[in-house]
Design a protein around this ligand. Structure first.
Ligand code: ZN
Ligand code: ZN
Length: 417
């Protein structure tokens, strides 16, 4: 019997795409030279993977959940709890958690949903909110900044509900919305109360932030003020089995976004911070790859994610996306050069497609390739959307990835006698 190997899932966030006319009908991934990803495809088994199910555009949170084997249809309770957990707020049963944007408004009108992509000063603004607004009615307000314009909000108190409408209209030039109880809410009184508290939170956050010294300085510098916090994605506490209990593997996560980091914390995985992992186009991909190698010293499994391919996709900038894909490729090259591939099973994939033509996630399948000891290589030699469609694994779903990986790792349990 061969020895069990370590396992790695390496994800280029949003790395899949659709044909781009300006790239002679190739996708960004096909057009970019990716020698390391191609080597994984050539040496291993390939296929296409629907992160959740065919045609369903996955969020990064639901996609990672599914890839780690937790059915998002069963377990997903909104994005808020992951974002909150990712910035270190414990979400308890009864809490309602939100993701927030620091935004710029004039009156109720949204000028910029990301407050000029503010990078500094949000910790002071968040501290001002915490100091001046610790309670609304009998509900505790817990507010913490995340990276750039992002933040998390948790409401803690009696009789709260996540069944409320959105505040953030997701576009500039229009008024933000009044939060209302959703029709048919399970507990109308809780939903009405929660909506009232959210409206009050937005109003008071604006009062606190508008004249704050951080914004006085931003206006003086010709920058947009971050003068409101707009909550969205209301969700309640999630109960997930620990990753180690589920798989018998000691797992680590090396990811750049708080949202996915929050999922790792829910799964009780070791969430490892990497200096130089910025979540942006300037991220240090080699530092991330080095951290994966280091984590494998004392973990059986590592999931890593490089965020930047998704950014170029959202911006509709396929050149930027190609540069980001080159970064993913360099990280994978480092892994192939450094790891003992007789003792490691590596999967490379994406968590969803972010086609430049859509500037958002699509429900298309993403390429996936596995390499390691004892696999049966197929005839595919490049890691592209169309090339891997001829691969031996056919179509997988996200929920099947851990099964396939643990089988190759030699740690899958026999089903039956
Ligand atoms: Zn993603
Ligand atoms: Zn995205």
């Amino acid at each position: 019997m061969s020895e069990a190997t370590k396992g790695v899932i390496f994800i280029g966030d949003g790395m899949g795409g659709r044909p781009v006319p300006a790239l002679d009908g190739q996708t960004s991934l096909e057009a970019q030279a990716t020698p390391a990803l191609d080597a994984v495809a050539a040496r291993g088994e390939t296929g296409l993977m629907f992160p959740i199910a065919p045609g369903i555009p996955a969020g990064s949170d639901t996609a990672h959940m599914s890839i780690l084997g937790f059915d998002p249809f069963e377990y997903y309770r909104g994005r808020g709890p992951f974002e909150a957990r990712g910035v270190g707020i414990e979400v308890k049963p009864g809490d309602v958690a939100f993701r927030c944007n620091f935004s710029t408004v004039e009156g109720h009108k949204i000028i910029d949903r990301r407050a000029g992509r503010i990078k500094e000063g949000t910790d002071q603004l968040a501290a001002a909110i915490s100091t001046n607004m610790s309670m609304i009615e009998d509900v505790q307000i817990i507010f913490k900044p995340s990276v750039e314009h992002r933040a998390a909000l948790v409401l803690r108190g009696p009789n709260l509900s996540h069944e409320i409408s959105e505040v953030d209209p997701h576009e500039a030039g229009v008024d933000y919305w009044r939060c209302e109880a959703l029709e048919g809410a399970e507990s109308p009184s809780a939903a009405i109360k929660t909506a009232r508290i959210i409206n009050e939170f937005v109003r008071r956050a604006h009062d606190i932030m508008d004249g704050h010294p951080v914004n006085v300085a931003r206006r003086a510098a010709g920058e947009l003020p971050a003068n409101v916090a707009l909550p969205r994605g209301a969700g309640t506490a999630v109960h997930l089995q620990a990753f180690e209990d589920r798989y018998g593997l000691n797992g680590a996560m090396i990811v750049e976004v708080d949202l996915v980091r929050g999922l790792g914390k829910y799964l009780d995985m070791d969430v490892i911070e990497v200096a130089g992992a910025t979540g942006g186009q300037d991220t240090d991909e080699t530092a991330i790859a080095r951290a994966v190698v280091a984590a494998l010293e004392d973990h059986d499994f590592v999931l890593a994610n490089i965020k930047c391919p998704d950014l170029g996709g959202h911006d509709g900038d396929c050149k930027l996306k190609m540069e980001a894909i080159a970064k993913v490729d360099r990280a994978v090259a480092y892994l192939l050069d450094t790891l003992d591939m007789n003792k490691t099973t590596l999967a490379v994939t994406a968590d969803h497609c972010t086609p430049c033509s859509l500037m958002d996630h699509s429900g298309d399948a993403v390429p996936i390739a596995f390499v390691g000891n004892g696999l049966r290589p197929d005839d595919v030699t490049t890691f592209g959307e169309r090339a891997v469609s001829k691969g031996s694994l056919g179509h997988l779903r996200g929920m099947e990835v851990m099964n396939v990986l643990t089988n190759y790792m030699g740690v899958a349990h026999k089903f039956g006698a």
